[in-house]
Design a protein around this ligand. Structure first.
Ligand SMILES: *[C@@H]1O[C@H](CO)[C@@H](O)[C@H](O)[C@H]1NC(C)=O
Ligand SMILES: *[C@@H]1O[C@H](CO)[C@@H](O)[C@H](O)[C@H]1NC(C)=O
Length: 401
């Protein structure tokens, strides 16, 4: 493609942009490598789990070292140890959990994308100072990390993973362990909209964010279409209006607009397009965890279910979370042991990759964990030889033929 030359040159021109890699434009690392050439344009990524929203189960010993032992979420820890102690503990964590070496390692494994879960509290003036507790100072670490990823030629999906009021109850991924899902009301939507405008403006104005091409407007809302109807009819269309208005104000070319990503209809929170007037540069997210799906629990059934997985027909759909973890009640059985069943886990990885690359691609949950269980850690799975560094080699295994 003739665009290739231009794209390579623009890497030196420091132009902040947004796009879908290969589809809308090409990106290269600082040394000129296009990480999407080898993947045939498909997204092959990892989530930065527990980096900017800590989930204690992923890294219990780090959580303990931070002084958060026994606390269920960031909110609980900050409320418990106090703002100043929390700020320094979290800043140390942001500085050390995912480093530039991790980014280089991802790149060397043939990955080309990161999904960055963040909370609304990155925009610190949105936090109610008398009733909400979150660590402060995170934004500069998000910026630094996105700068490393952009230099490495990785595409970046910025994901509003923790929404105001919590989009689901009792789950640390929202940043709090809320009694109920409080997000689905107008004043909370307004706070999220302010976050999205602010993030959009940052992405387009700050060169560190030049490889952020997609902004997910809320991760995993309740899987109950009726309960979240105002999200589809009010929050989603307003999010489009406000993000596009911020872009228009900056005179961003339409080709450089952010892709706005929502959970797809298969997720179970209704049809995301229901009230959208304009679906220009939309994208969809689906999460696939057979661990929690209603399928026959056998290795053959996992492979065949993944091989025949029909993703949502909305395009582009990216499977933004999946893993190799199996149902709780068998995860520690010898029949499913990670030591003696490597062949199964290799084949299941291949089956999932094959299915997800029929659409736009995938982002594994998660890059790194302290579980000593490669089913939740891409890095550990590569170390164990379960995930190959030549990802195209999985197609030669013929798992789904
Ligand atoms: C650029 O970096 C990639 C990934 O580390 C490496 O595979 C490639 O050989 C490098 N290319 C050049 C031209 O140095
Ligand atoms: C499986 O073992 C791990 C590690 O010991 C443990 O954390 C986990 O809770 C166990 N799973 C179940 C369902 O008991």
């Amino acid at each position: 493609m003739i665009l290739k030359q231009a794209a390579t040159l623009s890497a030196f021109a420091s132009v902040a942009t947004a796009w879908l890699p290969e589809v809308n434009k090409q990106i290269t690392s600082n040394n000129g490598t296009n990480l999407f050439t080898n993947s045939n344009g498909k997204i092959r990524g990892v989530n930065l789990g527990s980096q900017f929203i800590f989930e204690p189960w992923i890294a219990e010993s780090v959580w303990k070292d931070m002084g958060c032992d026994g606390q269920k979420s960031e909110y609980d820890c900050v409320a418990n140890i106090g703002q100043d102690a929390a700020n320094s503990a979290f800043q140390k964590h942001w500085d050390t959990w995912i480093t530039q070496d991790d980014i280089a390692e991802m790149q060397s494994y043939g990955l080309n994308t990161i999904r960055v879960p963040v909370g609304y509290w990155l925009k610190e003036d949105l936090v109610y100072s008398d009733s909400e507790y979150f660590p402060q100072g995170g934004f500069e670490y998000v910026e630094r990390l996105c700068g490393w990823a952009s230099d490495a030629g990785l595409y970046i999906i910025m994901d509003l993973h923790g929404a105001p009021g919590a989009q689901t109850a009792k789950n640390a991924f929202t940043g709090q362990y809320a009694d109920s899902a409080g997000f689905f009301q107008d004043y909370q939507y307004e706070r999220a909209l302010k976050f999205l405008e602010w993030m959009t403006t940052n992405v387009h104005q700050n060169d560190a964010f030049r490889n952020v091409g997609m902004l997910e407007i809320v991760n995993e809302p309740l899987q109950d279409a009726d309960q979240v109807s105002s999200m589809r009819t009010s929050y989603y269309p307003q999010a489009f209006d406000r993000i596009r208005a911020a872009e228009e104000q900056l005179n961003i070319d339409r080709n450089d607009y952010l892709h706005i990503q929502m959970m797809d209809e298969k997720w179970g929170s209704g049809d995301p397009n229901e009230a959208l007037k304009d679906t220009y540069y939309t994208a969809y997210d689906d999460h696939r965890y057979l661990k929690w799906a209603n399928v026959d629990v056998s290795q053959d059934s996992f492979i065949s279910t993944s091989c025949s997985d029909e993703l949502d027909s909305s395009t582009p759909t990216i499977v933004g979370e999946w893993s190799l973890s199996v149902p709780d009640d068998v995860e520690n059985d010898s029949d499913w042991s990670t030591d003696s069943n490597q062949d199964f886990y290799k084949r299941w990885f291949a089956a999932q990759l094959t299915a997800y690359e029929k659409q736009q691609g995938w982002v594994f949950w998660t890059w790194k964990a302290q579980l000593g269980d490669y089913r939740w850690s891409y890095q550990d799975a590569v170390d164990a030889g379960v995930i190959p560094t030549d990802l195209n080699s999985v197609f030669h295994m013929g798992v789904c033929n």
